[in-house]
Design a protein around this ligand. Structure first.
Ligand SMILES: [Zn+2]
Length: 399
């Protein structure tokens, strides 16, 4: 056997063992050998390497069927640390976490608009520097920095091609950061990062075909197939916010008319509420200074019927968007996230009804729809997951 192919075989076997421990740990060496059909000596020597690389650790003793109790193996959650950055349109938030996603440091910096490329990059660098200053105990175990950036991102080159809310184009984020920090740097679109967050830490762990739909000020989605993100030919796969729902509909921020985003985003909900007020409908929202989607949700919670109806209607629109997605991609699971999903109790029944009514097959109706439970740091966790994915893909050889 040639040396190259021996190395490849070893890497493949190591990856099989690491995945086994990740998915089924705590697990003994003997059980790994049995289930992967690798020989016990192969398992033994590769596990030894994984322990040295701080990817795997021996945990408590397992059950024995007579004789010595086997030592169980689990992922070494405290072996490596990652920085995750959520570069939004108003703030840059950063976290440092271990492999389980446990946050040990959190930093938030405001962006002042309008902003130049240099100003934006300098806030980004400051945020990372503050995290590093606050994390001196973990400094030697940090392996990478993930950036989740709104807008269109070229993940391969680590460039932000277009950040609409900042009005910046062609920003070389990975290139700039690698001049300042000696770590692996990965940049990804925020909706795709959210999909990875669900895949590693949330509800999508066992999902082979997962779509995460983010519904907030804008609407986007991230698609993972077999655990891998799907980018499409030129980085725009998943832009479901801009699927046309009404040819003659309202103007969207993208320039087209009647996009899904003009029906289901936070601003769209606020706009429908204002229309109802202007029509003279009896609603407590008429007394509110500035009507926002949050105010509509609060009014619904307080029993306002007009507010409730607006949210129910929003649920129907989301359901229509999701059935288009189901018929195009046929995912096993869709996780909804973003500010608008706070109103899930009003949205979900109508989402399900719209899907039931329109689905082409019984299986399509059964697509699992749920709302994310990852909380406010979900995008930054997705940025962390970018690095974790790379760490596992390379069997822990990043650092
Ligand atoms: Zn649009």
């Amino acid at each position: 056997m040639k040396r190259g192919s021996f190395q490849q075989m070893k890497a493949l076997n190591k990856s099989i063992i690491l995945t086994k421990i990740l998915e089924d740990g705590p697990i003994s060496r003997a059980q790994i050998a049995k289930e992967t059909k690798l020989t016990p000596p192969t398992v033994g020597s590769l596990v030894k390497e994984l322990i040295e690389q701080k990817m795997v650790i021996e945990s408590s003793q397992g059950e024995s069927k007579g004789g010595r109790k086997p030592t169980m193996l689990v992922i070494n959650e405290k072996g490596h640390y990652m920085i995750g950055i959520d570069a939004g349109s108003r703030n840059i938030e950063g976290i440092l976490t271990d492999l389980s996603g446990k946050i040990v440091t959190h930093v938030k910096n405001k962006l002042t608009l309008p902003i130049t490329e240099d100003q934006f990059l300098s806030v980004l660098i400051d945020t990372i520097n503050t995290i590093l200053e606050n994390s001196s105990d973990y400094k030697n175990d940090i392996v990478g920095i993930g950036i989740a950036m709104h807008g269109v991102v070229d993940a391969e080159s680590g460039k932000s091609l277009f950040a609409p809310n900042l009005n910046l184009r062609q920003m070389p984020i990975a290139e700039t950061l690698s001049e300042h920090f000696p770590y692996l740097i990965k940049v990804e679109n925020d909706a795709r990062a959210l999909a990875l967050a669900e895949k590693w830490f949330g509800q999508g762990k066992s999902s082979e075909r997962l779509v995460v739909v983010n519904i907030g000020t804008g609407v986007g989605s991230g698609v993972t197939i077999g655990g891998e993100l799907y980018h499409g030919e030129s980085h725009i796969a998943g832009e479901i916010g801009h699927m046309t729902i009404d040819l003659d509909g309202e103007q969207c921020t993208c320039g087209n008319k009647g996009c899904l985003q003009t029906f289901i985003s936070g601003p769209a909900i606020a706009k429908r509420a204002i229309n109802q007020i202007n029509l003279g409908e009896q609603t407590s929202l008429a007394e509110v200074d500035e009507v926002t989607a949050l105010k509509v949700f609060e009014a619904a919670e307080a029993g306002d019927l007009v507010a409730k109806e607006i949210l129910h209607q929003t649920g129907t629109y989301i359901g229509v968007g999701l059935i288009n997605l189901i018929h195009t991609l046929n995912p096993s699971q869709i996780v909804l996230t973003g500010g608008v999903t706070n109103a899930k109790d009003y949205l979900l029944p109508n989402i399900e009804a719209a899907i039931n009514e329109r689905a082409l097959t019984r299986k399509a109706k059964q697509t699992i729809i749920s709302v994310s439970e990852l909380g406010e740091h979900s995008t930054a966790l997705g940025a962390v997951a970018l690095i974790i994915g790379e760490l596992f893909a390379t069997n822990g050889t990043l650092s």
